[in-house]
Design a protein around this ligand. Structure first.
Ligand SMILES: C[S@@+](CC[C@H](N)C(=O)[O-])C[C@H]1O[C@@H](n2cnc3c(N)ncnc32)[C@H](O)[C@@H]1O
Length: 242
């Protein structure tokens, strides 16, 4: 078995495991998990949070092409669907870490838009050599060092993607204040019908998202993207609807 097929098999097994976890949820919670937040009771949210904590503990052991990558496989699948539908020229990712997710987005994009690029931003360069030297990373991933909300970085990104179709993925500092600032900074890059994805929404940014949505009725939460029932991006798939 090649390394590639072994990785594919491992990803498939993890997805199956997560699906089984989901099926083992009580049906009310399953329904709630598909469209939770406002209606979920504190107890139900606590169960959901615990389940995600268990999943997230495993994510630190997860690798993409051997590179630690902190992504929920079910959200990766949903993101893959969004990328196929949107056919973006650029994915802008805030929060690079080891470079695994940027390489993953680049891999998913390659057969969809041959010239597409990933711009990934982090306050520290902690990319593994494997993430920097991979041919896809060399040709399709651009790393920007700095804060995702610094005016210099925001202007640099806006200049690079001007006039292009963009999907934004926010996975840096998950505080409400920082995510609100990121949403304000990157929302202008999104055309009608496009997506801004806030990751790890149970880690703190919900209030920031709410504040942003109150100010920007042109964006709505797309609950259809939560259909697997387990997502790290609960209330975070934001679609520009007008
Ligand atoms: C959750 S990790 C990113 C995980 C990565 N996307 C993955 O899937 O493997 C968060 C990253 O955000 C970075 N970060 C923290 N504050 C930031 C900021 N203000 N701007 C950009 N990146 C930041 C951290 O250095 C860290 O590498």
């Amino acid at each position: 078995m090649t390394i590639r097929s072994a990785l594919h098999l491992a990803a498939l097994s993890l997805t199956l495991f997560l699906a089984l976890l989901f099926v083992s949820l009580p049906s009310e919670l399953r329904a709630e998990a598909s469209a939770p937040s406002s209606k979920a009771s504190p107890e139900e949210l606590e169960v959901y949070r615990k389940l995600l904590e268990r999943l997230n503990a495993q994510l630190f052991e997860s690798r993409y092409l051997g590179i630690p990558t902190l992504q929920n496989p079910l959200d990766v699948w949903v993101t893959q669907e969004i990328l196929f539908e949107q056919k973006p020229d650029f994915v802008v990712e805030a929060g690079t870490f080891r470079g695994g997710s940027a390489l993953l987005w680049a891999t998913l994009l390659a057969p969809i838009v041959p010239d597409a690029r990933v711009i990934t931003i982090d306050i520290e360069d902690r990319r593994l050599e494997a993430a920097k030297s991979h041919p896809l990373a060399r040709t399709r991933v651009e790393f920007l060092l700095g804060s995702s909300t610094s005016p210099r970085i925001v202007a640099d990104v806006a200049r690079r993607v001007k006039g292009k179709r963009v999907v934004v993925i926010l996975d840096s500092l998950h505080t409400a204040e920082h995510v609100f600032a990121e949403l304000e900074a990157y929302a202008p890059l999104i055309r009608k019908g496009g997506y801004l994805i806030v990751q790890d929404t149970l880690a703190g940014p919900t209030e920031g998202i709410q504040r942003f949505l109150e100010k920007h009725p042109e964006f709505e939460i797309d609950r259809t993207r939560e259909r697997f029932g387990i997502t790290n991006n609960l209330g975070g798939y934001l679609k520009r609807v007008r």
